[in-house]
Design a protein around this ligand. Structure first.
Ligand code: HPA
Ligand code: ZN
Length: 331
């Protein structure tokens, strides 16, 4: 089972690059930039990674971003993730980053996007991993902040394929972001949104009906609404599911309670992803290994989930076909 997971080439569609900042790199960048961290050691920092909900995680995640100062810092962050991705046989990745968590600290917009893009562009050649970058708006901030930032994103459309929506979900429904998402859609961006992680099924419905998303990030809570679930399955809107994140943020009490099998049974195009691997205890293959053991995934289930990762990607159809064919040679 674990050999199959390791063997299969796969795509990752839900990974926040800031959430791949390992404590060791955080300390290294803090030293390089003369920043004092409120922790004495890597172990002391890791001991904080015990969360009761999304907000407790986000508070620590945004604090960690403070060590990212220069273009090289963003390059090093991305490269560290890419080496892990390579080990896990990821051949295509669509990563999120949070521009506002950097511009709001006075880091110019170009610094993050140029550092990230350069690393992913190098990886295409050196590691054979293709990529897309998705810039997420922080939903706890007013829509006006997103509208103010949007021209910068548009200016870098050659590097940014899509727009996303993340951060604190409860109390910040998708309907709050209709204007900026409508504009992004008009300008040809792909659009995705986190919905139904902690928020209700209605937030998933809003993301689909009001933001016209191309994919739903998480989406677990859609299962509370049978009609909505059937509609999502019928439309083929993919869910980027993150099992270890769901466990660490108490979206599920136990990995054995994870609804992945139910999702597949209902015809949902679910995919497996790592979300914030440095904080949640594992990269994409760890997510597969632990989930497979907890809910007893069959080889067919694993194959379907990996196949879905390419089908749900934003790659052109001709490239999807090549990946799916390569995958079938293992089937
Ligand atoms: N949920 C919402 N916002 C986030 C997450 C997440 O899991 N990770 C980083 N930003
Ligand atoms: Zn996420």
């Amino acid at each position: 089972m674990n050999e199959l997971i390791q063997l299969l080439p796969k795509a990752e569609l839900h990974m926040h690059i800031e959430g791949s900042l390992e404590p060791e790199l955080m300390f290294k960048l803090a030293a390089r930039n003369g920043i004092d961290l409120p922790y004495k050691s890597v172990d002391e920092l890791r001991a904080q990674y015990d969360f009761n909900n999304l907000q407790e995680f986000l508070d620590i995640y945004y604090q960690g971003c403070a060590v990212l100062q220069t273009e090289q810092d963003f390059y090093d962050l991305a490269w560290a993730y890419l080496e892990k991705a390579k080990q896990d046989h990821v051949v295509h990745t669509e990563i999120f980053y949070d521009p506002q968590s950097h511009t709001d600290r006075g880091i110019p917009f170009e610094v993050a996007i140029n550092g990230l893009y350069r690393a992913f562009d190098d990886a295409q050649e050196k590691l054979g991993i293709s990529f897309h970058i998705i810039a997420c708006f922080l939903r706890h901030l007013p829509e006006q902040d997103a509208l103010d930032l949007y021209p910068e994103i548009l200016k870098h459309q050659d590097k940014i394929l899509g727009i996303g929506l993340d951060s604190s979900e409860l109390g910040h429904p998708p309907e709050k972001y209709q204007q900026v998402f409508a504009q992004a859609k008009k300008d040809g961006f792909k659009v995705v949104a986190h919905a139904g992680e902690e928020g209700p099924a209605d937030y998933v419905k809003q993301a689909i009906d009001l933001l016209q998303v191309d994919r739903i990030d998480h989406g677990n809570r859609c299962l509370d609404d049978d009609i909505l679930t059937a509609q999502i399955a019928h439309k083929g809107i993919a869910l980027t599911v993150c099992p270890l994140s769901n466990l660490k943020l108490k979206v599920v009490e136990d990995l054995q309670d994870h609804p992945i099998k139910q999702m597949l049974k209902k015809g949902l195009m679910a995919t497996i992803n790592s979300d914030d691997p440095a904080y949640f205890g594992g990269y994409i293959n760890d997510n597969f290994y632990q989930l497979a053991a907890a809910v007893d995934l069959s080889d067919d289930d694993i194959f379907t989930l990996v196949e879905n990762s390419f089908k749900a990607s934003f790659l052109p159809d001709s490239i999807k076909e090549i990946h799916l064919k390569a995958l079938n040679s293992f089937g």
